[in-house]
Design a protein around this ligand. Structure first.
Ligand SMILES: [Zn+2]
Length: 427
């Protein structure tokens, strides 16, 4: 269950931060204080405790492998890595999430490549902080009155339940439930705020269109996965409203859109450092410190996401770092060979454009680069194959790349498959 007092406290704190933190200098002072409080909180013997009395910027960067390798000393709940992983695997396999590894504690697996699967721990307190922060950032601006929030999530977490107060009713929907059942339940619920991963939002809006139903949603928020620009555009046009976005990774809640639709990093809860990947294109991998994650502290942790910083200040005036977009994961950077024989890496974003340039009506697709580097493109309409093949041929020529073989398969996606990734590199 969500702890309502914690949720409310987090909501109020989020609103307070948004009101009073007005510039970078003030933000940096607040961040320093929050970071020191986290370091002081760490129990003796914790992996990070030795840095308590040192300048924070002497703490080395870590990444998933370091973090997982030191799981037993990093988590503060006394959990053992093998035990926690086996517990989470068992839950995934049986689809039964009713048990908890410890009271109030959930474990989940990251959907990373198999050899590098991560174990993530969250507590009820952290889930409640998260929900309060999401609402604090995204609910303001709604018309007054009782809001009914429909929340679609993959049921890998037993902390989400439905809950109700005078102003809000939450209802949790399981992505694993049959689609028709979910759609009927959603229709009955008459949600005013719809929260879900992009693939589900597309299904829902198409359903309302097919049934000729009026859309009851005053706010639509995409969570859990990257909202691709073409999906955002389609949803926004079909629903006649901006589509809001929560950008999160298994590691945490990283950014949300402001009233202008710009993604801002959650710098009230995170210290964000930039590992610059490409200065000219303003690309970086974020190195984050989460001030409030106590179960499994995240301190100077480098994510393998590639983000693009916004070129111009956002008109909303927020001091929080603004992004143009989320480019994708470093794991999904595809590999090519130039005609001169050099290796060339291509960011997922470019490949996306190759498909959409063939025909901007293409909505469901996936590009898979196989281990032999050949490309396999899944399309839900075979009629686009020739245009997509031509678009790839043009791309190879323009970029001076050795042409790769491009094959086609029918597109298929099911929520049980986990995240819907559009560009994937096979490992
Ligand atoms: Zn903004």
């Amino acid at each position: 269950m969500v702890q309502l007092a914690t949720l409310a406290g987090s909501y109020i704190k989020t609103r307070w931060d948004a009101t009073f933190i007005k510039n970078r200098r003030h933000l940096q002072r607040v961040q320093k204080r929050r970071l020191q409080r986290l370091l002081n909180w760490l129990p003796a013997g914790n992996y990070y405790a030795r840095y308590k009395n040192q300048p924070w910027n002497t703490i080395p960067y870590s990444d998933k492998s370091v973090w997982m390798g030191n799981f037993n000393r990093i988590n503060t709940l006394g959990l053992d890595f093998d035990q926690a992983r086996d517990f989470a695997r068992h839950q995934e396999n049986t689809r039964d999430f009713s048990e908890e590894i410890k009271p109030g504690v959930s474990v989940g697996l990251s959907s990373g490549t198999s050899g590098n699967q991560g174990v993530f721990v969250t507590t009820q307190r952290e889930q409640s902080l998260w929900a309060g922060a999401v609402l604090g950032k995204l609910l303001p601006g709604l018309p007054k009155g009782h809001q009914k929030i429909a929340f679609f999530m993959r049921a890998n977490n037993n902390l989400y339940e439905s809950t109700s107060s005078a102003k809000l009713t939450f209802k949790f929907f399981d992505l694993m439930a049959p689609m028709a059942e979910n759609l009927a339940a959603l229709r009955d619920f008459e949600a005013t705020v719809l929260v879900g991963p992009p693939a589900m939002l597309l299904e829902i809006v198409r359903y309302y269109q097919d049934q000729n139903l009026e859309l009851p949603f005053k706010k639509i928020i995409s969570v859990a996965e990257t909202l691709e620009p073409e999906d955002q555009d389609w949803l926004s046009q079909a629903t006649n409203q901006p589509i809001h976005q929560v950008y999160q990774a298994t590691e945490g809640f990283l950014a949300t859109t402001c009233a202008y639709g710009t993604l801002h990093m959650n710098e009230d809860n995170l210290l964000v450092e930039k590992d610059v990947l490409d200065e000219e294109q303003r690309l970086f991998a974020p190195v984050i410190t989460d001030f409030y994650r106590h179960s499994q502290p995240l301190i100077r942790y480098r994510l393998n996401d590639i983000l693009q910083e916004r070129a111009t200040p956002c008109p909303c005036g927020s001091p929080y770092l603004a992004l143009d977009r989320i480019i994708g994961r470093e794991d999904d950077v595809l590999e090519f060979t130039t005609v001169g024989g050099d290796r060339r890496q291509v960011f997922p974003d470019f490949l996306r454009k190759v498909v959409l340039e063939a025909d901007n009506q293409i909505q469901n697709y996936q590009i898979l680069q196989k281990q032999d580097r050949s490309l396999q493109v899944a399309l839900d309409d075979a009629a686009y194959q020739d245009a997509v093949a031509q678009s790839f041929a043009d791309f190879f020529e323009k970029q001076g790349l050795e042409p790769l073989s491009v094959s086609f398969v029918p597109y298929h996606y099911d929520f049980k498959m986990g995240k819907r990734r559009k560009i994937v590199r096979e490992r």
